[in-house]
Design a protein around this ligand. Structure first.
Ligand SMILES: [Zn+2]
Length: 331
């Protein structure tokens, strides 16, 4: 009689300490992770990024060692951002064969050939105005011009491919950029270079610390005319759908943690999806942990597990090296 008072399905049966690990649905591995790296032409020694404790800008002379160290820890891919010496209106240093990213790619591929090198393809670190491409007068004042900026992105991506980049990652949210890059890469013999599109990138307040990291704040205006409003999920899906049609090899949702519903939907498109756990997500956890308000490791692992659970095949995270260390400890 007594057993009828209980449901037949007791969920706690599956959560006993010895059974639970067998039934775990999602576990983060090193292969899921991509480590962003900042390389700065103005530096001789690594410089800490104050708004992102534990992160550095590296001089080109040492970036290959840092990359090799990541590979030894089991991280398989890095995403490179460059900070040039010279900025101008037209981002000339962004496509210079002797530019900071191009040099860094060559050094890394020389030293660690099997590490996957992804390059950020954008102009905002290279323009004096801080916008992501060519700026001109529009009916609402000065703003990013779409079509004139596409040619600039083609030149940047080609210079990265020639330096040896495995994957180019346009982050500018220009209409038509994936198709434009695909055409430029293919006609130059780079059919094998992948395009990871920042296909669904929101105009987020969480990019704040990155602006210090990459020196990419803007002189006027903001990026709300080319990035997506955080409240718009149908538009967010459509952006990734369009980049799929244009031939993107990998899609991206950025930021990650606040946008898991969008990530889950974009994952239904059937091609690999990266999620970018951005600077603000990193710095929030770091700040709370430094006060003793959150357990850093537990919070980081939970955040990454949930991003993977929502559908990410790859997670770009500033915690990559730490996670690799923690996973080793558990074995
Ligand atoms: Zn940009």
């Amino acid at each position: 009689m007594r057993q009828n008072m209980f449901p037949i399905r007791r969920m706690r049966r599956s959560r006993s300490r010895n059974i639970q690990p067998l039934l775990r649905e999602t576990a983060v591995t090193k292969r899921d992770l991509v480590a962003p790296l900042f390389v700065d032409e103005n530096l001789d020694v690594a410089r800490p990024i104050a708004a992102m404790p534990g992160q550095f800008r590296y001089p080109v002379e040492t970036v290959a060692e840092v990359a090799e160290d990541l590979k030894k820890k089991g991280i398989h891919a890095v995403l490179l951002f460059g900070i040039p010496k010279e900025k101008d209106e037209r981002a000339s240093s962004a496509f210079d064969p002797e530019g900071i990213v191009q040099k860094a790619v060559r050094k890394i591929k020389n030293r660690v050939p099997d590490l996957v090198v992804i390059t950020d393809v954008c102009a905002c670190e290279y323009t004096s105005h801080g916008h992501c491409g060519i700026v001109g007068e529009t009916k609402c004042g000065p703003d990013l011009l779409n079509d004139p900026s596409l040619e600039l992105m083609d030149r940047i991506a080609l210079s990265h491919a020639r330096a040896g980049a495995d994957i180019v990652a346009p982050s500018c949210m220009l209409d038509g950029v994936v198709a434009s890059l695909r055409g430029a890469l293919d006609s130059d013999g780079f059919e094998d270079v992948l395009i990871m599109s920042y296909s669904t990138k929101f105009a987020s307040a969480l990019y704040g610390p990155f602006r210090e990291a990459a020196d990419s704040g803007f002189a006027y205006g903001d990026r709300t005319t080319y990035q997506i409003n955080p409240g718009n999920s149908r538009e967010a899906f459509l952006e990734s759908e369009l980049d799929t049609a244009e031939g993107a090899d990998i899609l991206m949702v950025k930021p990650a943690g606040f946008y898991l519903d969008v990530l889950a939907e974009v994952a239904t498109l059937g091609i690999p999806v990266a999620a970018y756990q951005v600077s603000g997500e990193y710095s929030m956890i770091k700040a709370a942990a430094s006060q003793g308000w959150l357990n850093e490791k537990a919070t980081v692992m939970e955040s990454l597990t949930c991003i993977k659970r929502a559908g990410a095949n790859l997670i770009i995270t500033y915690f990559a090296a730490d996670v690799a260390g923690w996973l080793d400890e558990e074995q």
